[in-house]
Every structure is written in structure tokens, then in C-alpha cells.
Ligand binder design. Structure first.
Ligand SMILES: C[S@@+](CC[C@H](N)C(=O)[O-])C[C@H]1O[C@@H](n2cnc3c(N)ncnc32)[C@H](O)[C@@H]1O
Length: 179
């Protein structure tokens, strides 16, 4: 069975976070997540960008927006999935056993990432099954997500094909080739 790994981006401010939220969604897709939720807010420009990327570069990446984060989490848990909150204050992915614990459950994973300060409830046992730190220094949601996904999938998704792509990059030592 294919495990679902969906990224929920909370706290998006269209004027300020447009570029970074786009990068979080693109990184999620490219590194092997199966979907993205922009919670609580609608941003049609982001939706359009992600639709164009899917049209050109393929894959089955899902995109949802506007649903309140509490509903996304509740529905996810009801279907048996777990929730992983990425936060600098969590259990260190390198020095703790947290990643093995997550993997051992073999469940679908909803990954929460913030932008502005997240609601305190994100840290609670009611919401997050795991609070995971990609190092205990504050940095970027995009960097934290990329490293978490790369470790979760052990790099394998980086070489995975994307189905129904119109375009495919042919890796080369130099120059650019797109089929
Ligand atoms: C740039 S941070 C801003 C955090 C905000 N200023 C606060 O005080 O909570 C945005 C998001 O990046 C992620 N993040 C930043 N550093 C992280 C780390 N070391 N490990 C995991 N996630 C991290 C978290 O999801 C966080 O909500």
C-alpha cells in the first residue's frame, strides 16, 4: 500500500508569503509528498501555479485550499493517519529516535508547517502525534520540510518518475535538455 504524506501549510499571508508558500508546495511535490493543503485561506494564484506544474511535469499531487486546519486534522485522524508538526522546539530528528518511531507506525502522515507563529494547540497531544525538529535552531519551513521528507523516504523519491508528464528533464553533466 502506498502511504499518503500530505503537507499542511498554516498561516499563509498572500501578500507576504506567496513565494515561500509556493516553494513549500513545490518542494513537497518534488520530494515525494502526495499532496498539499493550504489551510484556512484561498489563494488562486498558488492554485494556478500548482495546476500548471502538474500539467507540465506530471504526477498525482493533490492540492486543496481553504479548509480550516482543525477540520483537516480531524478528518485525517478519523481516517487513521498521524500528524507530524515540524517545529524547532520538537524532538531532534538527528539525535532522537523520533523518525524511527514515525516510520514504525506505517501510517499516512499529515505534516504541519507554519509561517507566522502557529497556534499553541499544534504542540498538543490532541493535534500532533509528533513534534519534530530539524535541528533545534529556528530556520525555514521549506528547509525543514525538505530534510524531513528526504530522511523519511531515504532519498528514494528523488529518483522516482512522475506519471503523465509532458516534460521531463534529462539529467546531463552540462547544459539543459528537456524531452
Ligand atoms: C520561519 S518559522 C517561523 C516561526 C515563528 N516565528 C514562531 O515563532 O513560531 C516557520 C515554520 O518553519 C518551520 N521550522 C522552522 N525551523 C524549524 C526547525 N528547526 N525544525 C522544524 N521546523 C522548523 C516550522 O514549521 C515553523 O512553523
Amino acid at each position: 500500500m502506498q502511504t499518503q504524506v500530505v503537507v499542511l501549510r498554516w498561516g499563509h499571508r498572500p501578500q507576504r508569503d506567496a513565494r515561500l508558500t509556493t516553494h513549500v508546495a513545490l518542494a513537497a511535490r518534488a520530494l515525494g509528498a502526495t499532496g498539499f493543503v493550504l489551510s484556512d485561506i484561498v489563494d488562486n494564484s498558488l492554485k494556478k501555479t500548482m495546476e500548471q506544474v502538474k500539467e507540465n511535469w506530471g504526477g498525482n499531487f493533490s492540492f486543496e485550499m481553504g479548509t480550516p486546519w482543525k477540520k483537516v486534522v480531524k478528518d485525517w485522524k478519523q481516517k487513521g493517519g498521524i500528524v507530524v508538526h515540524l517545529t524547532a522546539y520538537g524532538e531532534n530528528i538527528q539525535s532522537s529516535n523520533v523518525l524511527n518511531e514515525i516510520r514504525a507506525l506505517k501510517k499516512d502522515i499529515l505534516i504541519l508547517v507554519g509561517s507566522q507563529k502557529v497556534p499553541a494547540a499544534f504542540y498538543s497531544v490532541d493535534i500532533s502525534d509528533f513534534n519534530v525538529a530539524v535541528g533545534n535552531q529556528p530556520h525555514s519551513e521549506c528547509a525543514a520540510l525538505a530534510i524531513f521528507l528526504d530522511r523519511l523516504f531515504e532519498g528514494k523519491t528523488l529518483a522516482a518518475p512522475f506519471e503523465n508528464a509532458k516534460k521531463r528533464i534529462v539529467p546531463k553533466k552540462r547544459g539543459k535538455q528537456v524531452e
